[in-house]
Design a protein around this ligand. Sequence first.
Ligand code: ATP
Ligand code: MG
Length: 408
Amino acid sequence: MNFHDLFIPTKNAAPADEVSRNGQLLQQAGYVDKLHAGVYSWLPLGLRVLENVARVIREEHAAIGANEVLMPALQPKTLWEETGRWATMREVMYQFDDGHHHDVGLAATHEEVIVDIVRRSQPTYRDLPYGLYQMQWKFRNEPRAKSGVMRGREFLMKDLYSFHASAEDLQTYYECVHEVYGKIFKRCGLQALITEASGGTFTKRHSHEFQVLSPAGEDNILHCPSCGYAQNVELGTSPTCPKCGAAASIEKSIEVGNTFNFGDYYGTAMRCTFTDAQGKRQPIHVASYGIGVSRLVGAVAEVHADDRGLVWPASIAPFRAHVLIAGKADDALQKQASAFCAEHSAHVLFDDREVSPGYKLKDADLLGVPLRFVFSARNNGRVECTERATGTTTILTEAEAHARLTAL
Ligand code: ATP
Ligand code: MG
């Protein structure tokens, strides 16, 4: 694709009102635009990254047979009163009168809605388990939205809910989702530690968070370098590892995912039941599993960046390569570069702007696409290939350059 045909409003400097590194970089590179605190627009490049992350998530959820759905953001108070969360979530949930004497709220999460859907389907033990997920925008009235896209008041979450006839079946599925989460974060270039945390309001069990170590994180976790165990410090940890007794350290981290085993809480509180083999109605066992999709993009921007800009892992990068012509772009060179790009059209960003090569090189670093190909008369038909992550430059034949691109 041609740079000139895309809306990529890069800036010379980071916006002065943004304190987080991810927010600064993503705005300076033209990936997102800030409307007000914690509320961002996703511009063409940012949207490509967000959709790449969503694609990875969808592929891994398809592999365990989960079904994608899409639930409403506008939800009635009456449903939330069944679990008492209309009152307990008042601070974080946007709640208002719709002007027709109905109280409604904007979705901060979707347990109540999905449980309502499943209970009205009146499943039997033969129907279960169900794994239903969505990729949906959530609204939360966050008091301190200062972490860029990592703490939005409007943010994209992938939320999966599973429904089971027994605690054992739920446990097996729960562990399987943990494996899936590990794969998703790895594919997106993040090393996430499974961390024990409190279970929230409804369960005495621990929940499990997926935490990425980073000074930009808002969480503090105890991390044991010996056995790998991790625990959120909200649980009141000591300086030694509760698992193996070795000295552990407390580190800042970003919560990119969270899983909850609610047991039969929702089945009981919302009378969400299934018919067992004896024809008796029993409460369904429910778990929920969230990934902050837009936060994940922010976390990658925090972890994979340097003083020149973003450094995307190939799996989620907006393009595989950034192509430009250095020096005088005569017809032959122009033709060669265009033909090269045409073979990889959707994966390549061709910088066809009428600006200096220096300006293009600076933007290429800022944008952080994994490979940069420079066509220049100096190279006698060959192509200069630079890896954004390592800075390594090699001179390749065109065939080799094609191969490099295809291999990504
Ligand atoms: P936090 O403790 O960071 O406020 P949370 O525990 O309230 O998050 P969950 O309800 O567990 O969040 O939501 C699931 C996932 O959604 C989180 O693990 C996180 O990755 C993401 N998430 C939560 N709040 C936000 C937010 N305000 N902006 C962006 N992503 C968020
Ligand atoms: Mg959480």
